[in-house]
Design a protein. Structure first.
Length: 246
């Protein structure tokens, strides 16, 4: 356990089976997260620093090639209007990122209950070093007493807004979350070789267990399947093998 190994909990449904069959992970938009404070664009305030707005103004103006449009822009788009316009773009910009959540270890009773539907789902174990492109910049979430507003300087500090995605309040600290961002939402494929083990919850239904084993056997060469043999607690994880490829 520990980097490069990362874990992802999934419920016992067709979406999970689809992800395994097609070796992808679904990257969600922030509005679908279960914490309304998580990555909330309301905590981002566009900088009102005149020099920053002037930089933004100059960059936008540079991209206007039509002389008439350029003249109209220079005449009508004041720094104040540009600031007001840019402020409306923060929310769609934040929403354009895709988010996938992982954790540092599978020995977590709450995660099995919440994200694997009361021990009926699975926990996927990935070796992130086997697919460095997919797992590029997977980072830990930092847990804080409260989420603070931050001033966003889109030109001088364009990456500063990304910090918004890696802050959660302390009530979520039990998740020990690792987070991966992409520049889009939806399906993103991973290298099949980066998936090393599948752990099935101890209370999984027989049909789901069979579907998982069949999917792994059919679509992966070296992935092992195990089933948890009893309730999970921190520091305790007992399991039995269900499928060990030759």
């Amino acid at each position: 356990m520990g980097i490069p190994f990362v874990f992802r909990f999934r419920p016992p449904n067709e979406n999970t089976l689809s992800e395994l069959k097609e070796n992808y992970i679904w990257f969600s938009e922030r509005d679908s997260l279960n914490d309304e404070l998580d990555s909330n664009p309301e905590f981002v305030k566009l900088s009102s620093n005149p020099s920053e707005i002037k930089l933004l103004y100059d960059i936008v103006a540079e991209g206007i090639l039509d002389p008439k449009v350029k003249d109209y822009f220079d005449t009508n788009m004041t720094e104040k209007k540009l600031h007001e316009f840019a402020s409306t773009k923060i929310k769609p910009f934040v929403s354009s990122f895709g988010i996938a959540c992982f954790t540092m270890y599978p020995m977590n009773e709450k995660l099995w209950k919440i994200y694997a539907e009361n021990d009926k789902g699975v926990c996927l174990r990935f070796d992130s070093s086997d697919d460095p492109t997919f797992f590029h910049k997977i980072l830990p979430v930092h847990y804080v007493s409260r989420i603070k507003k931050r001033e966003y300087n889109p030109i001088s500090q364009p990456d500063h807004i990304v910090d918004l995605f890696y802050k959660k309040t302390e009530q979520w600290s039990y998740e020990k979350e690792l987070r991966l961002l992409k520049d889009r939402t939806g399906k993103v494929k991973f290298e099949p070789s980066s998936l090393s083990n599948v752990l099935i919850g101890y209370d999984a239904e027989p049909d789901f267990i069979e579907a998982i084993v069949t999917t792994v056997r059919t679509h992966y060469e070296n992935v092992k399947v195990f089933q948890i043999t009893g309730p999970v607690s921190i520091g305790k994880l007992m399991y039995k093998p269900l499928y060990l490829p030759v």
